[in-house]
Design a protein around this ligand. Structure first.
Ligand code: GLU
Length: 469
């Protein structure tokens, strides 16, 4: 039997990192089993779906290595409404479901506000289908439903505690629980790997599989992803959108490696491992069922490691969208006056060791690509204290006289200018750095000046000097 798994996101918002984690787990499991990965977009909630969310899911999956064209689908759940209705009808005709006209208030009036769930009032009333009548599944009174779950063992649910749940609404439209099962059935899904939050649905869904006469899939409910306060990641509170990480300059390789560590670890004392190792070693039955902490700080550090490990040429290429406002990322709030690839290539190795996310390249090198540096006024106030004008005058004079415009000569020159004024190099650098780059921190100064070139450096130093008059 060919293993068939599916990833079945609902396009109701930005694509969530927890969803990306489940998608990757499905993807790897299919690959390991020589199986098929199916993408199904569960777009039946017309009020909350938007086509751009679907496109966001497809492009985010692409980004982390689940490329369009390399899986089956996407299928759209909304295209199968006929099948969902037919299954509901079959359950009704087979006596496995019945119509109910109770309102919530009716039920509460009978059971009292404390009791949850439906009391079975319409079970034997034999109501015909009709406007406003919901279709409820008749859950067995006895026995138990044992869910075979690769992550959680065999969670067991007593059938008598499962209410007669709704499978089609009063307007005849089937609910998620049923549509999801019918699609899994018709798509031949053998393993359902999904987030833990669906576990309460699982005994109900398994009862539907049984009632429809098809062997249920093997389940794997992977742990919920939580923040540092152990709260489930929420789009209102936490940064959860995969696209947000991509646009900030997380590398896809770092991201997918990190996502796979949520509840699992490769062999040895390793966390950063090539994707091929993860593909080989990952085991669903080794996934820890407890909530997995999505540690943004750790992910950041992780990404920094990945950035440092890139060949310089790849790093240069990876930074380009942030420096030129092109590529798939949202354009940065910064545009170069003129981007010079050679100048960037010259400073790239210096920047590569200093940034944790690619977007941080911008404040490090923007001075190279702007006609005038963006002056940070707080930095200016700090650096341009008493003595700054005199130091700049001396530096301008000494730099003008330099024969060779290289980092070493520039450093020796400014060192001498500082020494004449009783200043250590660090102090002598501050006004020069702010005049030229606009900031107090950044790449090594003398290499920066070398790449910026004599004319532009001197122009900026003179402009700063004029401002100090
Ligand atoms: N559409 C459901 C969701 O996005 C997925 C259900 C499932 O994986 O079974 O939560």
């Amino acid at each position: 039997m060919t293993v068939r798994v599916r990833f079945a996101p609902s396009p109701t918002g930005m694509f969530h990192v927890g969803g990306a984690r489940s998608a990757l787990q499905n993807w790897i499991f299919a690959k390991q089993q020589g199986g098929v990965f199916v993408l199904r977009i569960e777009d039946t909630d017309a009020a909350r779906n938007r086509p751009e969310w679907t496109e966001g899911i497809l492009s985010a999956l692409d980004w982390i290595g689940i490329a369009r064209g390399s899986y089956e689908g996407p299928y759209y759940q909304s295209s199968y409404a006929g099948e969902h209705r037919a299954a509901a009808q079959r359950l009704y005709e087979g006596g496995r479901a019945y119509y109910c006209d109770c309102t919530r208030e009716d039920v509460q009036a009978r059971t009292g506000p404390q009791q949850r769930g439906y009391d079975g009032f319409c079970r034997d009333r034999g109501l015909e289908p009709g406007e406003g009548r919901a279709l409820r599944f008749r859950t067995p009174d006895e026995g138990e439903t044992v869910v075979v779950d690769l992550v959680r063992g065999e969670p067991t649910f007593e059938n008598k505690l499962i209410e007669d749940f709704v499978i089609a609404r009063g307007d005849g439209s089937p609910v998620f629980l049923l549509a999801n099962v019918v699609d899994d059935m018709s798509m031949g899904i053998t393993h359902v790997i999904r987030a833990e939050e669906h576990l309460p649905n699982t005994p109900k869904q398994q009862l539907l599989w049984d009632a429809l006469g098809v062997k249920p899939p093997v389940w794997a409910h992977v742990p919920v992803v939580v923040n540092e306060k152990r709260q489930k990641l929420s789009k209102r509170r936490d940064k959860v959108a995969l696209e947000a990480y991509r646009d900030e300059g997380y590398l896809a390789d770092a991201m997918r490696n990190y996502l796979m560590l949520l509840g699992w670890a490769p062999s040895g004392d390793r966390e950063i491992v090539p994707w091929s190792v993860i593909e080989e070693e990952f085991r669903l039955d080794e996934v820890n069922p407890s909530p997995a902490f999505f540690d943004e700080k750790k992910l950041r550090a992780f990404n920094g490691d990945y950035i440092r490990a890139l060949p310089v040429a790849d790093f240069v290429e990876a930074c380009r969208p942030w420096l030129t406002g092109t590529g798939t990322i949202a354009p940065p709030p910064w545009q170069p006056d003129e981007f010079d690839p050679a100048a960037f290539a010259a400073v790239a190795p210096l920047a590569q060791t200093r940034i944790a996310v690619l977007s941080e390249i911008v404040p490090n090198v923007d001075f190279l690509f702007l006609a005038d540096p963006l002056i940070d006024e707080a930095a200016w106030a700090k650096a341009m204290k008493e003595g700054a004008a005199d130091l700049l005058d001396a530096a301008i004079g000494a730099f003008e006289a330099l024969e060779s415009w290289d980092a070493e000569s520039l450093k020796a020159t400014l060192e001498a200018v500082g020494a004449e004024r009783g200043l250590k190099l660090g102090k002598a650098q501050a006004p020069v750095r702010v005049a030229v780059t606009g900031r107090t921190v950044g790449l090594p100064l003398f290499e920066s000046l070398e790449v910026l070139g004599r004319d532009r450096t001197l122009t900026r130093l003179r402009a700063a000097r004029v401002r100090l008059v």
